[in-house]
Design a protein around this ligand. Structure first.
Ligand code: HEC
Ligand code: HEC
Length: 266
């Protein structure tokens, strides 16, 4: 692992049974958190089900019914994925929204697609010049002040070395223009309050039921015992400014072209 060379300073604090209730709360929140990542295969399966069953009312973009924007990722009548699945299965009584006889994997597909529709629906992706993009990445765009590429740069933001091979152009364009709106749950910054009140914030690397490993604000790798924490929160606002703050439209297209060339270590 690339993090081996980092100074490792585990924070071990005594487990207090008084905090068990908190542990349970954190654990279930963390479990839900993982629901935020959808598999490409589920999304594609869901897209075909959506086109066959939902477009006649909701339209391809999910906006045909007044007051209902299925691509927004937020629904008035359903918050969690579970609620959304239930709604799709039962329909909405007293409205034209019909019940559907889908099995679990079909429901997973549809929900994965609904939550990702926005990315599918970006319309045109603009690609510029990759050489200019690389210069902007390291210069005017200030991307390299947060992101690491092929061993260069800080570890506080996700390593982008292979981002061009794991994300589509449309997803990357959305990530650049709307970091908060498109932030995937593994990338949500974490805020932890230790038993003694110290605040640790950083980027999550690993997490299981009992512990969480993160890179803190000073780029140190830390391992925290969940039971010893007073608070553990995953933030929903991205620390990344929209690329359009520093760059014009052409320059964003240039940076996007550069990101697509990042296909891992050569
Ligand atoms: C016959 C028309 C029709 C079909 C087909 C249909 N819907 Fe709907 N749907 C509606 C209507 C109308 C509403 C709005 C009900 C209301 O809130 O008044 C709705 C609402 C919804 C909502 C709730 C939105 C919110 O903001 O709470 C979701 C989610 C939804 N539909 C998903 C789907 C999915 C997924 C499919 C395909 C499997 C589908 N619908 C098929 C008519 C339809
Ligand atoms: C202040 C630090 C900061 C700056 C400056 C910054 N980013 Fe980010 N970026 C982050 C953080 C933190 C995340 C993870 C949270 C998120 O997804 O929004 C992120 C996420 C991303 C992602 C999504 C990664 C994924 O896994 O999908 C991409 C792509 C990206 N940044 C590219 C850029 C580019 C290109 C620039 C320059 C135009 C830039 N960033 C500038 C901090 C930064």
């Amino acid at each position: 692992m690339m993090f081996k060379s980092l100074p490792f300073r585990p924070v071990l604090l005594a487990t207090s049974t008084a905090l068990l209730g908190l542990l349970v709360a954190i654990t279930s929140a963390a479990a839900q958190d993982h629901v935020g990542q959808y598999e490409q295969a589920d999304i594609e399966f869901g897209a075909s089900l959506y086109n066959a069953n939902c477009t006649r009312c909701h339209g391809e973009a999910g906006t045909e019914i007044a007051g209902t924007d299925l691509a927004s990722g937020q629904y008035a009548r359903a918050e969690s994925d579970q609620e959304l699945m239930r709604l799709i299965r039962t329909g909405i009584q007293g409205t034209a929204m019909p019940p559907n006889d889908f099995n679990q994997s079909e429901l997973t597909g549809i929900v994965s697609y609904l939550r990702s529709m926005r990315d599918f629906d970006l319309g045109e992706v603009r690609l510029g010049d990759q050489t200019r993009g690389e210069r902007l990445f390291n210069g005017k765009g200030a991307c390299a002040t947060c992101h690491r590429v092929r061993g260069q740069g800080p570890r506080t933001a996700p390593d982008l070395t292979d981002i061009g091979s794991i994300r589509t152009a449309a997803t990357l364009q959305a990530a650049l223009l709307d970091p908060t709106g498109t932030m995937i749950s593994v990338n949500r910054p974490v805020r932890a309050v230790l038993g003694d009140g110290t605040l640790v914030s950083g980027r999550r690397l690993n997490e299981d039921t009992y512990s969480i490993q993160l890179i803190d604000q000073d780029e140190r790798l830390r391992s925290l015992e969940k039971a010893s924490l007073r608070e553990l929160t995953a933030l929903t606002t991205s620390p990344m400014p929209p690329a359009s703050d520093a760059l014009d439209e052409q320059e964003v297209a240039d940076v996007l072209a550069y990101l697509l060339t990042l296909q891992g270590l050569e």
